[in-house]
Design a protein around this ligand. Structure first.
Ligand code: SAM
Length: 166
């Protein structure tokens, strides 16, 4: 079962540092049909319900050109998550795995990412399919799907660098 804020058998919680290292701007709000974490999809699907991404002013000024992309990568802040569980038991069976080997919403920085299909752009509102978050989840970034994006800036040395032979 998808977790809420419980600590399960076999899990490891650590004390969180008093100091944080960076700040974020929430650039909008995601509107979805889900109001309970236990009802959300565990991962969004491209044929799922159409959801809305409301981009707030002044960040909506950055949307120009986005309609050219059929798919976007959306980053959002899973604001109801606890952040201290380094080992987690997704099946709640006493078997725990490290957080960084999971796509759990419970992470030190609870950033969720989804690839979504862009259905329509309506001013500062994007209509998309493929999300899995609660209604009201804060938006932190939007980018073209990397598989559809060709860099516009001139090429630079690192682009041509390949690894050493093993
Ligand atoms: N697709 C993203 C990823 O892979 O990074 C998120 C996957 S995460 C497993 C999705 C789950 O996060 C949902 O099923 C729900 O239980 C939980 N969730 C959704 N919105 C949330 C929110 N605002 N705060 C905390 N948890 C949330």
């Amino acid at each position: 079962m998808v977790r809420l804020n419980e600590i399960r058998e076999g899990e490891l919680a650590v004390p969180l540092p008093a100091r944080q290292d960076a700040g974020l701007y929430f650039i909008g709000t995601i509107r979805t049909p889900w109001t309970d974490r236990l009802e959300c999809p565990r991962q969004g699907r491209l044929d799922g319900p159409t959801c809305r991404i409301d981009v707030a002013s002044p960040w909506d000024r950055g949307l120009e050109g986005i309609e050219a992309f059929e798919q976007l990568e959306v980053l959002y802040w899973l604001n109801e998550s606890r952040r201290d569980l380094m080992k987690q038991s997704p099946r709640n069976d006493g078997e725990a795995r490290g957080v960084f080997s999971l796509r759990t919403p419970v992470r030190p920085n609870p950033i969720g990412t989804s690839i979504v299909r862009l259905v329509k752009v309506d001013g500062p509102v994007l209509h998309v399919k493929g999300l899995d978050c609660l209604d009201g989840t804060p938006l932190i970034d939007l980018k073209p799907d990397r598989t559809l994006f060709n860099p516009l800036a001139p090429a630079q040395a690192g682009d041509f660098q390949v690894g050493d032979e093993a």
